[in-house]
Design a protein around this ligand. Structure first.
Ligand code: C5P
Length: 284
């Protein structure tokens, strides 16, 4: 095989509760994660060494998670194969939508096929965890409960389908900055998100169980996040939440025409706005 192409989907956290801080500086979380139809497209092609264009202008190769994934997998497997990696970006960067993490996860999966290495999921997840907290979930995608720093996963059945309106202000929030702004008084016990996972396992998605403990911290750094959440609620989102560590926000809608009206409101306010929906897990 000379070339393998994969979709690298965006994600949102339907629940994100932070339960404490760990000695290694990371936070313990309980999160229900969900992939979206919105996706980058990742291609890997046979080549003598690992190479590629950084996926964003101005990004140094060593900071590009997709290229780092290729180098890391090569080292972890002790193989001498190479690959040329290219990413067609559609997911906004540094937006809380997991774009860079998903590119890295897609590279791991695509190289495993291109190289014919047939590494099992457990081993791929170990490599994925070294690349970032969200990368293990994005190896499979779909709907899952994540715990630890995000690397312990319980697969869930596909969540009931919703239309998703994404609204992103023109401001990039670094994940580390939002976690640094989080106050211990904003931690919680994770029980609401565990109840959400149980509800999804029973085929329900109760809007009042969705929450994101990083919201207040992000609003202190970027007050526009609070304004966008209010707009989405006024447009009928059930519920409106921040995506990951922000600054993108999203609203869930059962009804497409209400979702389209919310898109029009987001665009009128001058924000990047995108209508998408949940995406179920990819087959291996
Ligand atoms: O794992 P990742 O590289 O995506 O994390 C980026 C930053 O977000 C970390 O350096 C850390 O500051 C913060 N983080 C955290 N706890 C997590 C995940 C991320 O504190 N569970």
């Amino acid at each position: 095989m000379r070339r393998v192409t994969r979709a690298a989907p965006a994600k949102v956290n339907l629940g994100l509760q932070i339960t404490g801080r760990r000695p290694d500086g990371y936070h313990e979380l309980v999160s229900v994660m969900q992939t979206l139809e919105l996706a980058d497209e990742v291609s890997v092609e046979s080549a003598p060494t690992v190479s590629g264009r950084p996926s964003l202008p101005g990004l140094a190769a060593e900071d590009d998670l997709a290229l780092r994934a290729a180098h890391l997998l090569r080292g972890a497997l002790g193989v001498t194969f190479g690959a040329h990696v290219s990413v067609d970006k559609r997911i906004p960067a540094a937006a809380g939508l997991g774009g860079g993490s998903s590119d890295a996860a897609a590279v791991l999966m695509a190289l495993n096929r291109l190289w014919g290495t047939n590494v099992d999921r457990e081993r791929l997840l170990q490599v994925a965890a070294e690349l970032g907290s969200d990368v293990p979930f994005l190896v499979r995608g779909g709907t899952a409960l994540a715990t630890g720093r995000g690397e312990h996963l319980r697969d869930l059945p596909p969540a009931p389908m919703r239309h998703v309106v994404l609204v992103r202000p023109d401001i990039a929030l670094a994940t580390a900055d939002v976690y640094a702004e989080l106050r211990p008084s904003e931690w919680s016990d994770g029980s609401q998100t565990r109840a959400l996972a149980d509800a999804i396992a029973d085929g329900c998605l109760p809007a009042d169980l969705l929450s994101n403990d990083l919201t207040a911290a992000a609003i202190r750094l970027a007050p526009v996040v609070g304004e966008i959440l209010d707009e989405l609620r006024a447009a009928g989102a059930q519920p409106a939440l921040m995506a990951g560590s922000g600054a993108t926000c999203f609203g869930l809608f059962g009804d497409i025409s209400t979702a389209e009206q919310a898109v029009a409101r987001g665009q009128a306010a001058g924000h990047w706005t995108h209508l998408t929906r949940f995406r179920a897990a990819a087959e291996a």
